[in-house]
Write a protein that binds this ligand. Structure first.
Ligand code: DP6
Length: 343
């Protein structure tokens, strides 16, 4: 007897950044992200009943073996007690594919671990319906921190914040009462450089240990999360832009001032940012940028000015870019299907 589970989970882009962790994948500060829509990972899991006690887990990414990611997934699956029974009783065949190119600088570990945690939890069949997202978010976090925020949309909050009910370092929660201007927020991902990351996020997180500005950074991020929650409710785009851009630059400032300092932004990044600021000043339109841990720029704007922004990108930015990926706020992931079959 075998069972097949399929899930589709999106990536997300942090507006208030998670940068620094402790213990078992716990964040040093709260973070808040916009869930993407078109940038997702689709995972299928085939569970085949077995009798022998050996761990049998296969992993394919877009049809090929990926030894480095396989080792990470293997360690992850073996490390979770929730998956113990599943691993003992079944051979697990996992295949995953992304809707976006690897080089796009989109956090693929966020969507991958959200989808993998979700299918494995579904297959292990131990969770009551109302608890599924909470537990899947917690398990995804143990694979990659930012993955825990991909379960809800359009915005998701991860990390204990004083005064915010249900907020937790263990899992993310949905942001409630979002103003309509932000519900359909667009994200044009401006690819400045598509070469592989020079310094991993794990390395970056570890450099926050003993960072001279760490305490101030963690305090500031928590404060920004609280302010962002109220901005998302009120619809105040000016303050949304202010917090989002300061957060992006703070993240990179941490990299530039850590013990082993490094620079992920390129001259193209700065050029694109300056063009965005010029265009905003000239037109007064509500748009802003953020950065992930890389050189590419996310341009955020409401759906109502979509046409103007596309023209701006084509006319003023395109020459400095490798490509553009147009995405928008999404509502989180789903388990697509569960099939019973015979082996
Ligand atoms: C800059 O979630 O990739 O994207 O927990 O080590 O897997 P691990 O780190 P990861 O870090 C993401 C850092 C970031 C900011 C963010 O998404 O909040």
């Amino acid at each position: 007897m075998h069972k097949v589970f399929t899930a589709k989970y999106p990536s997300n882009i942090a507006l208030v950044k998670y940068w620094g962790k402790y213990g078992n994948q716990l964040p040093r500060n709260a973070s808040l992200s916009m869930t993407l829509c078109k940038a997702y990972t689709e995972v299928s899991l085939i569970c085949i009943k077995k009798k022998n006690p050996e761990v049998e887990i296969e992993y394919f990414f877009e049809g090929s073996t990926e030894p480095v990611f396989y080792e990470r997934i293997l360690r992850y699956i073996k490390g979770q007690k929730e998956f113990e029974k599943l691993v003992r009783n079944y051979t697990l065949k996992i295949s995953s594919k992304n809707s976006f190119p690897h080089s796009a600088g989109i956090a693929s570990s966020a969507s991958a671990f959200a989808a993998i945690a979700a299918v494995l939890l579904k297959a292990s069949n131990t969770i009551r319906a109302g608890q599924f997202n909470k537990q899947a978010s917690r398990l995804a976090r143990l694979g990659s921190g930012s993955a825990c925020r991909s379960f809800y949309g359009p915005f998701s909050l991860w990390g204990k914040l004083e005064g915010i009910k249900d907020s937790s370092d263990e899992y993310a929660i949905p942001v409630e009462n979002v103003h309509k201007i932000f519900k359909s927020l667009m994200d044009a991902i401006l690819i400045v450089d598509d070469s592989p990351k020079k310094v991993s996020s794990s390395k970056g997180h570890s450099l926050m240990k003993g960072h001279p500005y760490a305490a101030a950074r963690f305090r500031d991020a928590n404060k920004n999360c609280k302010e962002m929650l109220s901005v998302l409710r009120s619809g105040d785009f000016e303050n949304f832009a202010f917090i989002t851009e300061r957060e992006a630059l703070s993240l990179h400032a941490m990299m530039m001032t850590s013990r082993e300092h490094y620079l992920l932004i390129r001259s193209g990044t700065v050029k694109v940012i300056e063009e965005i600021l010029r265009y905003r000043k000239e037109t007064g339109l509500p748009l802003c940028y953020t950065l992930d841990a890389g050189p590419n720029v996310h341009l955020l704007y409401p759906e109502s000015i979509r046409e103007q922004v596309h023209t701006f990108i084509q006319q003023d930015l395109y020459n400095d870019l490798k490509t553009v990926i147009y995405d928008r706020a999404g509502s989180g992931g789903t388990i697509l299907k569960v099939n019973n079959g015979t082996a």
